[in-house]
Write a new protein. Structure first.
Length: 314
């Protein structure tokens, strides 16, 4: 059976900017990162680019923000690999170490003239609008807009990766978690009293940016639906082929003459694909029919997920 493949992120918009020529040097820098962090950086850049489009940012800023997205975790090159790649939960001590990737990334960018323009993304992408972020505990008015965008994209991809999503079914649960981060909370225990009055209206992330991310996620869900529909079309073609084989087989079995039996058998063999035989084609046909039912069900779940996302309110 043909193997169905699906890329969780639709990179069509990203490719339209032809960024390879613009950021050849920056992309080369990413090659030094571990595969997991590099993939995460690519995902964040993808999301940042497309969020910027929905925010109606200017093309120059979109390209700038996208490159910042690629480089936001570059400071992890300075963090011990055993911490960066640790599969389980970090200890408090390890967490304090990995938090330093923001300042390390900033220092790396500032030392390199070609990377210096993108230092803000590396330094500020873990700052929170309400002042609870790091490394400097800045508040909304002091956090660069590009870093606010990266923060939303970074958090979304981190949750998606942690939960090992391979489909957008139930992706609304992740968006609901982000909505909580966009809402104000009781910061009496975490924010100094002199900051409380100024920041009580803010959550950790920018709700306007989050709304733009919703639209990107809906686009990606439609993209997955398109892939499922293409696969269903492929399955239907296979079913049609196997049903033709079945008709030949019925005629072969009904034939009295060996010549006619051989004729229909030869017709069956011409239509067989790799691994299919007279003995197993009916089982293969059964599997294809069930696969169509499964994909149709999956497609409907994706459409239902879009309905849920459209009803979400920040």
């Amino acid at each position: 059976m043909f193997k169905e493949t699906f890329d969780f992120y639709n990179s069509t918009n990203l490719k339209s900017y032809n960024l390879d020529s613009t950021m050849k040097y920056q992309l080369a820098t990413l090659e030094r990162l571990d595969p997991f962090t590099r993939r995460h950086s690519e995902n964040v850049a993808n999301l940042v680019c497309r969020v910027c489009e929905y925010l109606k940012c200017k093309r120059a800023f979109t390209i700038y923000a996208t490159i910042c997205g690629y480089l936001h975790d570059i400071g992890k090159l300075c963090i011990p690999k055993e911490i960066v790649s640790k599969p389980g939960k970090l200890t408090p001590e390890e967490y304090e170490i990995i938090k330093k990737h923001t300042t390390f990334g900033y220092e790396m960018c500032m030392k390199d003239l070609k990377l210096r323009p993108y230092a803000d993304g590396a330094l500020y992408h873990h700052e929170a609008l309400n002042g609870t972020g790091y490394p400097n505990g800045l508040t909304k008015k002091d956090i660069p807009y590009v870093a606010q965008i990266i923060r939303v994209a970074d958090e979304y991809d981190a949750i998606v990766t942690k939960r090992q999503y391979t489909t957008h079914v139930n992706i609304s649960e992740t968006l609901k978690d982000l909505i909580q981060d966009a809402k104000p909370a009781n910061y009496m225990k975490t924010v100094a009293l002199d900051m409380l009055k100024e920041n009580y209206k803010h959550g950790k992330i920018n709700p306007t940016i989050l709304k733009a991310l919703f639209k990107v996620v809906i686009d990606d869900t439609y993209y997955e639906i398109s892939g499922v529909m293409q696969y269903i079309d492929y399955l239907k073609e296979q079913v049609k082929r196997l049903e033709t084989i079945q008709k030949y087989d019925e005629k072969r079995l009904d034939s009295k003459k060996e010549k006619d039996q051989a004729y229909y058998l030869e017709g069956m063999k011409i239509l067989f694909e790799s691994g299919e035989t007279v003995d197993n084609y009916k089982q293969v046909l059964k599997e294809y029919l069930q696969a169509i039912v499964d994909r149709e069900t999956h497609k409907q779940k994706l459409y239902d997920e879009i309905k849920i996302i459209k009803k979400l309110r920040v």
